[in-house]
Design a binder for this molecule. Structure first.
Ligand code: IVH
Length: 702
């Protein structure tokens, strides 16, 4: 690997892992499994070791659980449903009060390789120099919580957040039956105790069944369900969710215990929930035995576990060993490989997605996996089916990662029938019969009939009404009915639905019709950036829609942009630029946009920014680098003073606003075109914003 390749890969892994952290911690909707996440993290850490010169100080490898940098900070309204097509839901998070942790909430070093546990033991043994014991515990797969008790009363419950500051979820935690609000005597005056809040399988199945009946997106796994439930708006609802808790780490200045085992025994005497499954081990062989036992026995537990935590038992030795920036040196986690099950494929369905992608889904002989019965599993696309070399009737291994739909990982060849043939893949769309095509640079095959294929059209409605799009309160089954009855054919038809049409649907009464009408009306105030996402332009996700809405103030500007202009937008590559051009080239799409405009849907950004002054009227400002505020805030600031933020440096650009670490190419281009480069202070002088100008030292026009 060359230096350049290493640098690029490190930057890419940083970005990817940050995004996955955000999916996991903020949205409670991971799109990859823990196993896949750990592999990426390991790769990043190894590269950082070999190329320390390329380590970014804000890398997620150095900050466990880091969700976002100031530039990528998201509003809590974002913390809803995932854009992952596999329908993973999180509940809308509310803004909880944030409180700092007295002691940072660290993570644990972890491994899938028992050899590394041996190495951990060897390190500890060398440092300790005297005989000592370990305490081995189950690693509970839920969401971490930090409880503070003062004089025996529960006063605070904080989530882990970014490890330094957490959300105050005390009111919700008080509704979890196993967490006492008042302790039994014997407790220290003040102490913190940490543990895991989780949702037992039974409660999880009940919740998802209810969600299915209510046509709401399902939770991917009990861990997400626990994290989502903990952030519910209504504490009464939390009480209904069947959450449970196990505590495993006390931090107390005063104590009458010297080992971790004793600490947890005391906690149990005070009435706190601790695990009965822990075991003290003296040798690494005993640890191995404990791991092997629970690797199979955990399948009998009523809740999810994902490994074993090995902790030095003696608290004084723990103190001597100390911490790294990320995790204690006195503990580590051995993670179980994802559970898998072996079962035969009964048949394969070919689903047509919103974008025309054909997804093969295997119908399996039902099999028990991680506490639930699995009947279907995704084969992703035609390429993946070829890689796996799926034959008709094959027995396959199924695994559940972070996603709700299990996946097929490999075939058990010893069970393949001698005369078995390769499972056929259709050459025409199973829904509309159009011949399928491959798209260069994209895996799998697609139905190109995007405006005529019924499945794709229905998929577009489902996407349009989604929570992160127009947020219209309507379920898939209702869309299906409306479509089949011919009431909706193009997106804009949603806004022409009559009360009579709604009342003619199954299970629709006056109240549900009124609710839907009100929800449609409300969607007219959804901001332009979300409308842009809702339109379902191929390859344009929620984040890219936001970026595009910032760079192109209205849908008309976006429609007129050239491929080159589009590609100058940060994060917009050739594939995205082509998708945008293709989208606006279609008469049908242009018709939809005009119809939506006539109905009052927001198609420009002006309405989103409150005007403060006209100081920057007529100025086109390109921004580069970092400022005292986030880039999003800077864009909004310029727009609020009447300026326009440009997507690239062109002859029309008034200024290039250069923050710290500006982009070389932009500076070069501005210099070539004789465009003045200004700094933040200069901008604030123009807007006569003395308050902001005072916060910055110099005012230079270079
Ligand atoms: S001890 C300072 N013990 O796993 C050490 N953590 O991947 C604190 N977890 O952040 C952690 N079961 O949320 C510990 N028996 C257990 C655990 C456990 C689950 C979680 C915890 C931690 C994460 C690390």
């Amino acid at each position: 690997m060359t230096q350049k390749e290493a640098k690029d890969r490190i930057a890419q892994l940083d970005r990817e892992l940050l995004e996955h952290n955000r999916n996991y911690y903020v949205l409670n909707a991971p799109v990859i499994s823990d196993f896949e996440y750990d592999i990426l993290m390991q790769e990043l850490m190894e590269l950082q070791k070999r190329y320390p010169q390329f380590v970014n100080p804000s890398s997620p490898a150095l900050h466990p659980g880091s969700e976002y940098t100031p530039d990528t900070a998201i509003s809590t309204e974002d913390a809803g449903e995932s854009t992952n097509p596999n329908v993973i839901a999180a509940e809308p998070a509310r803004k909880f009060n944030q409180l700092p942790h007295k002691n940072p909430m660290l993570s644990l070093g972890n491994t899938y390789d028992f050899e590394e546990v041996r190495a951990f033991d060897a390190r500890i043994r060398e440092a300790a120099g005297v005989p000592f014991t370990y305490n081995c515990e189950l690693k509970f797969d839920g969401t971490a919580i930090c409880l503070t008790y003062i004089d025996g009363k529960l006063v605070h419950a904080l989530t882990r957040g970014d490890g330094m500051v957490g959300d105050d979820v005390t009111e919700n935690v008080k509704r979890i039956p196993s967490i006492p609000q008042q302790l039994k005597p014997g407790y220290p005056h003040e102490f913190e105790i940490r543990g895991e809040i989780f949702m037992p399988f039974e409660a999880f199945d009940r919740l998802n069944m209810q969600k299915e009946m209510d046509e709401e997106p399902l939770f991917a796994n009990p861990r997400n369900a626990a994290a989502g439930s903990l952030k519910l708006l209504n504490s009464e609802e939390v009480a209904q969710r069947g959450l449970d808790c196990i505590l495993y780490h006390i931090i107390s200045p005063e104590s009458n215990f010297t080992t971790h085992t004793q600490a947890l025994e005391r906690a149990s005497e005070w009435g706190l929930p601790v695990s009965s499954k822990a075991r003290e081990c003296t040798t690494v062989e005993e640890i191995e035995e404990f791991i092997n036992y629970w690797d199979s026995e955990r399948k009998m537990l009523p809740y999810a576990t994902d490994g074993i935590v090995i902790k030095v038992n003696n608290l004084e030795l723990q103190r001597q060993l100390g911490f790294t920036a990320k995790s204690p040196k006195w503990a580590t986690a051995y993670k179980f490989k994802p559970e898998e099950a072996l079962t035969p494929i009964l048949s394969i369905d070919f689903q047509v997605g919103r974008t025309g992608a054909i997804t093969p889904v295997a119908n399996l002989s039902p099999v028990q996996l991680s506490g639930t019965v699995v009947k279907r599993a995704t084969l992703h696309n035609r390429d993946q089916m070829e890689v796996l070399d799926i034959h008709t009737g094959d027995w396959v291994y199924v695994e559940k990662g972070g996603e709700i739909i299990p996946k097929i990982t490999r075939v058990e060849l010893s069970k393949r029938a001698i005369n078995a043939t390769r499972a056929p893949f259709p050459s025409i769309c199973p829904d509309c019969g159009t011949p399928l095509v491959s798209i260069p640079g994209q895996a799998g095959v697609f139905c190109p009939n995007s405006d005529g294929c019924p499945m794709q059209r229905k998929g577009k409605f489902i996407h349009f009404v989604g929570r992160k799009a127009m947020n219209i309160n309507i379920g898939e089954a209702t869309i299906e009915q409306l479509y089949n009855k011919g009431y909706i054919s193009e997106i804009e038809d949603l806004y022409s639905l009559s009360r009579e049409q709604l009342l003619s649907l199954d299970k629709f009464k006056e109240k549900s019709a009124s609710n839907l009408m009100a929800s449609l009306q409300q969607s007219l105030s959804v901001p332009y950036s979300r409308v842009l996402f809702a339109l379902g332009i191929k390859n344009i996700g929620e984040q890219s829609a936001k970026t595009l809405a910032h760079c192109f103030n209205s849908i008309d500007e976006l429609a007129m942009a050239t491929k080159e202009e589009l590609m100058e937008v940060e994060d917009v590559g050739e594939i995205m630029a082509d998708s945008i051009i293709d989208f606006f080239a279609s008469d049908i799409h242009r018709g939809t946009i005009e119809a939506l405009r006539a109905k009052g849907v927001q198609l420009w950004a002006g309405s989103e920014v409150e005007k403060v002054s006209n100081a920057l009227e007529g100025r086109i400002i390109m921004i580069t680098g970092t400022y005292s505020v986030s880039r999003e805030e800077m864009k909004a600031y310029i727009e609020s003073h009447g300026g326009k933020v440009a997507s690239s440096v062109t002859a029309k650009t008034t200024w290039l606003l250069a923050g710290e670490k500006p982009g070389d190419s932009k500076i070069k281009k501005a210099t070539q075109l004789n465009i003045p480069i200004i700094d933040e202070a200069f901008l604030y002088n123009i807007t006569s914003d003395t308050e902001k100008a005072e916060g910055i030292n110099s005012s230079t026009l270079f």
